[in-house]
Design a protein around this ligand. Structure first.
Ligand SMILES: [Zn+2]
Length: 434
């Protein structure tokens, strides 16, 4: 059992949020029935509540999560808040209420959890963003936008194309030149896109401007991508973990572990059953603090994480939950042939270790059947396949059948984000929780 330390105001904030949500936020009216009441400790009351899903936000509309004292019509009309739709299929897309001061404060609080970010990020520092414009930035698929059209406040968006498969060498040369002339202190990047740029820069032997820190957001960074990025960038790397709904939840410190952003959110951890990786691996539900306009309680971000078994970190930070790793999307979980849950991180550890591959995606099609899509310039494919099959059978079971497919490049999902592993049948994570 871990004894995480929390700041003194943490329980009080959690309590106030819960009571306001139950009494005056219509989206949580049905949750009143789950509340054991004020006589019980706050953690117990939270643990009695359901998880909030994207489908709940769609059903109640985002206005259903505004407390009764605030009028979303007035807020929208004055521009204090706005509506933000996340990209993707109707399955994953949701409209949220966006309150910029809350987001900015959560981001600033997260910087304190990494010494490089804390020293470099002033709030007015130049920052380059290499993202899919479907997630953040300006989309222009038809024409290339000049640099000044991709500037916004202190930001420069390096990419305006929603499909990274359309990037030409000239387009990637432009990114390299712009990094050099813009000189960002921080580079924030989808790891998939930065790895793609780095494969090109490494292959063409180009030197590139080095920012003070690279922060990964939006996607899980695979070990393969990190290797490719470190061939080109020598600066420190850190993963920032969060979502549109929850803001900045965990930040990777300079020692490599993930610290909870206790100033801006509460995190409830639900362990998996022992045979599926529990009690250290589990799901997290996030409750946001300090957002007067939008109450997210026990929001299921859809990710699995691994608690740090030591419960401490070399950096000395000791406030909140410490993770040794983010394990990846629950949608990226697969199963061994005998039905044990395999997280993306566990699959990635095996697949990223393969020699001579640029990209991979693993799809489980049936109980013992797995399709492996590879981008590789290796000519000895039989040998590559034997290596990959051997490694995957160690993870999934000796009965695992692997079918190989070769591609020139892999495309992102309709959400604009990459998926590296998934089962082509539903896995209900609730069944795997303790
Ligand atoms: Zn640390």
């Amino acid at each position: 059992m871990h004894n995480w330390r929390f700041p003194p105001e943490y329980d009080q904030r959690s309590l106030e949020l819960l009571e306001t949500a139950l009494s005056s936020v219509s989206g949580y009216r049905s949750w009143q029935a789950f509340d054991p009441g004020p006589a019980y400790p706050v953690d117990r009351r939270y643990a009695s509540m359901p998880a909030l899903k994207k489908k709940d936000i769609r059903e109640h509309t985002p206005e259903g999560f505004v407390p009764s004292g605030c009028d979303p019509k007035t807020g929208l009309a004055s521009g204090e808040i706005s509506l933000v739709k996340t990209s993707g299929t109707t399955d994953v897309s949701v409209t949220n209420i966006w309150y910029q001061p809350w987001w900015d404060a959560a981001e600033r609080a997260s910087w304190k959890l990494n010494s490089y970010a804390e020293n470099l990020a002033t709030g007015s520092h130049p920052e380059a963003i290499l993202s899919n414009p479907m997630n953040v930035g300006i989309i222009s698929d038809e024409i290339d936008l000049p640099m000044e059209k991709r500037r916004l406040a202190r930001f420069l968006y390096l990419n305006e194309k929603s499909d990274p498969l359309t990037w030409s060498p000239a387009f990637m040369d432009r990114m390299e030149r712009e990094l050099d002339s813009f000189q960002p202190v921080l580079l924030e990047a989808n790891p998939s896109l930065l790895a793609k740029l780095c494969r090109y820069l490494a292959a063409t032997g180009q030197k590139v401007y080095q920012p003070g820190l690279i922060v990964f957001t939006y996607e899980y960074p695979t070990l393969l991508q990190i290797k490719q990025i470190q061939k080109v960038f020598r600066c420190p790397l850190a993963s920032s973990y969060g979502s549109t709904e929850t803001g900045y939840v965990f930040m990777q410190c300079e020692a490599g572990k993930f610290h909870q952003n206790v100033e801006s959110c509460r995190v409830d951890f639900q362990p998996l059953k022992k045979e599926h990786g529990g009690p250290d691996i589990g799901r997290i539900l996030v409750t946001t603090f300090n957002n007067p306009w939008y109450y997210m309680l026990r929001f299921d971000v859809g990710d699995l994480v691994r608690l740090d078994s030591e419960g401490k970190c070399d950096c000395g930070r000791d406030s909140g939950i410490i993770l040794s790793a983010v394990e990846g999307r629950t949608l990226s979980a697969t199963l061994t042939c005998d039905g044990k849950l395999v997280t993306l991180r566990q699959a990635d550890t095996v697949l990223s270790a393969l020699d001579g591959i640029d990209e991979y995606r693993l799809e489980q099609t049936d109980k013992c059947d797995y399709d492996l899509y590879l981008v590789s310039s290796r000519r000895d494919r039989k040998r590559l396949e034997a290596e990959a099959a051997g490694a995957l059978q160690k993870l999934f079971g000796t009965q695992a059948r692997i079918t190989f497919y070769y591609e020139k490049a892999l495309a992102p999902e309709t959400s604009g984000k990459y998926c590296y592993a998934k089962a082509r049948f539903p896995i209900d994570i609730e069944e795997y929780l303790q």
